[in-house]
Design a protein around this ligand. Structure first.
Ligand code: 2P0
Length: 344
């Protein structure tokens, strides 16, 4: 999974999942997703097991099946959704028209609770495994563009360290992909502490919420302009390992995104009273020389960013806060990888 430091909130193309803003994330270690996939012509339909449960219907299965359909089309060259498909299709002589008839058995497992699950790492793992299973000759940039079409932020989980997803301007999405800005050795002291305040799933999913915001928030256009500036500024802060500057840009970008959510119609208020208590707490830690900053996604949980030297003291000072259900300390993770160990 990855944590967005500069947020993605809104699409310029719903189908291709092309963003209105560039975004930047930190890939985390400790939490991971594994996927195994097998294509077969013996199967009548795609089968999908997620964290030990067979998914029998609903939006989740629909989304996975759509994505597998896209991958099959990319592999046999019949995809018309963007230049990536045409390039890969033309180059990939091994793939035949029969691929369209193959159905897949997919098993995905996360080593973290469902409530924390974000679609990003699931779609990254699924895409990498499926491209390998179909023996597609395809590079990481192209895989990232395919993953993006499953779930926007999945393109960012392809790479370790600090990752940027360019918004691009082409209609076919061929210039909207993720790439690594720094690997996890550039700033190894950086830590993310995930504070689980609300273990329940959010009511309005990200994809639905960002559509509402783009269509209705009167401040949306300004948000896109400021995001471009934030990306530039945070990249400079990361390059110089300037933690104070990094934290301030990250927090203001996050609060700006929440102002877009709140000013949408209907209003999207993901923050809970306990989230705001934690925001105050983080500010008071800073006043007491424990430098840390927060970011919050489309939910109530807090991601606290700090430096290794302060982790212990920060955890100590959070001890006893009643609404912290759990916390997970993460460093930066590595690129997604192929393994020989399979889940079935
Ligand atoms: C992000 N989020 O940059 C932002 C910040 C949540 C808040 O991307 O429709 O599930 O699949 O592209 O990736 C959540 O949205 O949306 C999200 P789709 P996704 O991480």
């Amino acid at each position: 999974p990855n944590i967005a430091l500069i947020k993605y909130w809104g699409k310029r193309d719903e189908l291709l999942k092309l963003p209105t803003v560039p975004s930047l994330s930190l890939t985390i270690d400790n939490l991971y997703t594994q996927a195994t996939i097998e294509f077969s012509k013996e199967l009548d339909e795609d089968n999908y097991v997620m964290n030990g449960k067979v998914v029998t219907g609903g939006k989740q299965l629909e989304r996975i099946s759509q994505h597998l359909k896209l991958i099959r089309e990319v592999a046999n060259g019949s995809c018309d959704k963007g230049i990536i498909a045409r390039v890969i299709g033309k180059d990939n002589k091994k793939c035949s028209k029969d691929i369209a008839k193959l159905r897949a058995k997919v098993v995905i497992e996360n080593n973290f609770p469902d409530a924390l699950s974000n679609s990003s790492s699931n779609f990254t793992a699924l895409t990498i495994a499926a491209c390998k299973a179909l023996d597609m000759r395809i590079n990481n940039k192209e895989i990232s563009m395919i993953a993006r079409q499953g779930s926007g932020t999945a393109c960012r989980s392809m790479f370790g360290g600090i990752v940027e997803w360019t918004k691009g301007s082409k209609k076919d999405g061929s210039d909207s992909f993720a790439s690594q800005i720094h690997d996890n050795k550039h700033w190894p002291e950086l830590r993310a502490i995930m504070l689980i305040l609300d273990p329940k799933e959010k009511k309005v999913k990200g994809s639905q919420g960002m559509k509402i915001s783009k269509e209705t928030s009167p401040f949306y256009e300004q948000w896109t302009k400021e995001s471009e500036k934030d990306i530039k500024d945070i990249k400079a802060a990361i390059k110089q390992k300037d933690f104070s500057r990094f934290g301030k840009i990250m927090e203001s970008n996050c609060l700006r995104m929440h102002s877009i959510m709140i000013s949408s119609s209907p209003s999207l208020i993901y923050l809970k009273p306990e989230t705001l208590v934690m925001v105050e707490k983080i500010k008071s830690l800073r006043e007491n020389n424990l430098e840390c900053y927060f970011t919050i996604d489309a939910g109530a949980n807090i991601m606290l960013l700090c430096q290794e030297k302060d982790v212990e003291k920060i955890i100590e000072s959070l001890d006893g806060m009643p609404f912290i259900h759990d916390f997970i300390i993460c460093s930066q993770g590595e690129d997604a990888k192929l393994y020989d160990e399979h889940l079935f």
